[in-house]
Write a new protein. Sequence first.
Length: 223
Amino acid sequence: MVKLTLDPLMMPIDAVAGEMALAPDRMNADWLRQRFARPPLWFPESVGQQLRGSVGEGTPTAAAVLIPIIMHPDVPTLLFTQRTAHLTDHAGQVSFPGGRSEPSDSSPTETALREAEEEIGLPRGEVEVIGTLPEYFTGTGYRVTPVAGLIRPPASLRANPDEVAEIFEVPLAFLMDGLNHQLRTFDLPDGYRRTFYAMPYERFFIWGATAAMLRNLFHFLRA
């Protein structure tokens, strides 16, 4: 497996996805609950995702992330973390709270809630889990289950300095607009090219697996 050594911010923008933005009336708590309770027919996107069975050697490591939707009365947001620079995987990158599953976890939902509590101090009792999205296979060997949860503000947050450098929020409307989804490409040393999504917001650069899972959330909610 070849690890990325180039700066993704320096990659030129190849294209903008450009799909119409999610309708505002689909960004309230009741509608989101109903969508996850009765999913429509839709198809996940595969840009940036590794093929099953081709991620390194052996079985991918089970993991889960929490997609925390903060239900502010005026503008719902998504919560992200910026990882600390010393971590082994995805150091310094923007991500959802989450991590690998432990033997004591009874489900991906349990993993996501436990990791969110450990990383950002979010009590699991403050999260209303509304459903999951399809598994995402990363180039670093993880099989990630995204778990969506609604959170009523103000959320009780406390960053774990060993894992999280910063906690921040991005308006859901910004992320659910195809005009803000960029496609970028870089060449790997082994001759292959990799295309990935990026969603820059202010001083934060959301890209890679996190952006790809956001694209699936976008397709799921627009279907």
